[in-house]
Design a protein around this ligand. Structure first.
Ligand SMILES: Cc1cc2nc3c(=O)[nH]c(=O)nc-3n(C[C@H](O)[C@H](O)[C@H](O)COP(=O)(O)OP(=O)(O)OC[C@H]3O[C@@H](n4cnc5c(N)ncnc54)[C@H](O)[C@@H]3O)c2cc1C
Length: 343
């Protein structure tokens, strides 16, 4: 029995994957030739975000930083500049419907390899079955795989592994990280009578001018420092965390030490979610930031025909916000069209 060969299979129905699918349809690909698969629902990652998550980036009538595929977010949530994660998932589902993007839900891709004889990719699915395609776009997000690349014992890992910050009932808490994730955690934990120490590897400053609440959150944490609710320890790049007796000890790369009575909370970013395609792409780590080695069209330098979109497909220096990666669809669609002409 012959197996349906898709032109493009996109893994991940988040804002990244949907943007690419919409661009491919726009470029003239037939809906039957493309397929988006997701291990859950459309926008599953947003369903899984912590309960109080709201978009940091803004949707306003004049500037909609959260829209993708030219579908206004106001069609789903009018007049809400920072909607909840659940509203945004509804919006993504709406985009898939209005753009008629074919999505196969509840389908997890376990590994992908390239068959050079047939010149096609084979995507093995969890359970049973597989898909084949001429091109693969990997848009599987990266916020399930926190970076635990520290020599540490007994720590909490935020977002993916720490479900209830409210359950932490200590008088003194240390948070390791900076930027957005750690600032959000500090904001939730700081309250009168509790001392929160935020440990950051450089200065506590916004990495680049981003027009969103991230900036506000960091300013808020600085205000809390002035009020004595938070201590910010700068230039402390944690190398090791260990427990001795009842206390936890944090050691920096240059030999400084801090201690904490409660398990520290680690917010040191995320690793790339690329295990199923790991043999088809090289990983580059620069200053602890993980990236895939891709060309200007977001294509793996190691395996032509494999593309990276969404937050994984960003280039070094890019913040990974929707406003930047929603633009990746166009170059990917054009590159695939070029390859198709050559085949
Ligand atoms: C808490 C939080 C808040 C954020 N807020 C903002 C914000 O306000 N503004 C902003 O611009 N950015 C924000 N971001 C950053 C980023 O823009 C979003 O996380 C965005 O969803 C990333 O889009 P994506 O399509 O790359 O990945 P995701 O949205 O993570 O989508 C990836 C999809 O791939 C699926 N998947 C993963 N592995 C597999 C597999 N093996 N097989 C099949 N499917 C798979 C997942 O189920 C998921 O649906 C936030 C991130 C976090 C963690």
């Amino acid at each position: 029995m012959s197996h349906h060969l898709y032109t493009v299979v996109i893994v991940g129905a988040g804002p990244g994957g949907l943007s690419v699918a919409a661009a491919l349809l726009e470029a003239g690909f037939h809906p039957e030739d493309i397929l988006v698969v997701d291990r859950g629902e459309v926008g599953q990652a947003w369903l899984d975000y912590p309960a109080d998550t709201h978009l940091l980036s803004e949707s306003s009538p004049t500037k909609d930083d959260n829209e993708i595929a030219n579908v206004r977010t106001s069609e789903v949530f009018p007049n809400i500049p920072h909607p909840s994660h659940l509203m945004y998932q509804k919006y993504l589902d709406y985009v898939a419907q209005v753009k008629k993007i074919p999505v196969k839900k509840n389908t997890t891709v376990e590994n992908v390899f390239f068959n050079p004889e047939r010149e096609e990719f084979v995507l093995n699915l969890r359970g049973d079955g597989y898909l084949t395609s001429k091109y693969v776009v990997w848009a599987a997000g990266m916020y399930y795989t926190p970076n635990e690349d520290l020599d540490m014992e007994g720590c909490y890992i935020h977002y993916a592994k720490l479900p209830y910050l409210d359950d932490i009932d200590a008088k003194e808490i240390t948070v390791v990280g900076s930027a957005n994730g750690a600032s959000g955690v500090v904001m939730q934990l700081a309250r009168p009578g509790r001392k929160v120490t935020l440990v950051v590897s450089r200065e506590y400053q916004i990495p680049m001018p981003i027009d969103c609440l991230w900036k506000e959150n960091m300013k808020f944490v600085q205000d809390m420092e002035r009020e004595g609710l938070v201590d910010i320890v700068e230039h402390f790049r944690v190398k090791r965390i260990y427990k001795e007796g009842e206390r936890y000890y944090l050691e920096s790369e240059d030999g400084k030490q801090l201690s904490s009575p409660e398990k520290p909370i680690i917010c040191t970013g995320f690793l790339l979610n690329i295990e199923p395609v790991a043999s088809l792409v090289d990983e580059v780590v620069e200053d602890r930031e993980h990236h895939v080695d891709i060309d200007q069209d977001h294509q793996s330098k190691k395996q032509p025909g494999l593309y990276f979109a969404g937050v994984i497909g960003r280039f070094p220096g890019d913040t990974g916000f929707i406003i930047s990666f929603r633009e990746f669809g166009e170059p990917i669609a054009q590159s695939i069209l070029e390859h198709e002409k050559e085949r």
